[in-house]
Design a protein around this ligand. Structure first.
Ligand SMILES: [Ca+2]
Length: 206
């Protein structure tokens, strides 16, 4: 089975990138957002939130990278104060093993100059957040294309980490939009990604 999945990954290409990912190792539930009833604010197993005065939405769209559905989020505020808005899996955290390195990522697109980030906060077994200085994989990208692009972050679980969370967040000033599909977190040992062309046209923002 693993060999079949690997072959499927090898023949799977996007814009010059050859991917070889064992998707069966994905730790995220409903990672392709295919379980996404119409009219609800987030895909099953996921949570969309907007707090601190932030105004945002999350909707099901059929402009998907794979399958039928993707999640489409908007952010209508300047990035200021306590405003925050994101799609995350806070109620379905995955288990992590201290010392193990993980890769988180997925496919993202936006038709404007939105800035977004992937975050991977980690927690103790009792659910205490270890804090932003501890094992949070985090990176920002600024969009430059309307095509889906593949982005990842890496993190290594610290000695007290037992659970992890995946968060996809718009942090752009003046509003933004982002379509998300086929996301994942898996051990780096399960992940194999070979870049065969130029870097994505979405640039690393900071
Ligand atoms: Ca999908």
């Amino acid at each position: 089975m693993k060999r079949i999945l690997l072959i499927a990954g090898l023949i799977f290409c996007l814009g010059g990138f050859s991917l070889a990912i064992d998707w069966s190792a994905n730790l995220l539930l409903n990672h392709d957002f295919e379980d996404y009833p119409d009219g609800v604010p987030s895909p099953t197993d996921w949570r969309f939130f907007a707090v601190g005065g932030a105004v945002g939405t999350c909707t099901r769209v059929t402009d998907a990278f794979s399958g039928i559905y993707a999640a489409h989020i908007t952010w209508d505020n300047p990035w200021a104060g306590g405003m925050d808005s994101a799609l995350d899996n806070i109620d379905n955290k995955y288990s992590v093993t201290p010392g193990v390195t993980y890769v988180a990522g997925g496919y993202f697109k936006s038709s404007n100059s939105s800035v977004f980030r992937i975050k991977t906060p980690t927690f103790t077994g009792s659910g205490t957040w270890l804090g932003s200085d501890h094992t949070d994989g985090s990176a920002y990208w600024k969009t430059g294309t309307a095509d889906f692009q593949f982005h990842t972050v890496e993190f290594t679980a610290e000695p007290t980490a037992a659970q992890g969370q995946a968060t996809f967040q718009l942090v752009t000033t003046g509003g933004g939009i982002l379509t998300i599909d086929k996301v994942f977190v898996m051990t780096k040992a399960s992940y194999d990604y070979v870049e065969t062309a130029a870097s994505p046209s979405w640039t690393l923002y900071e």
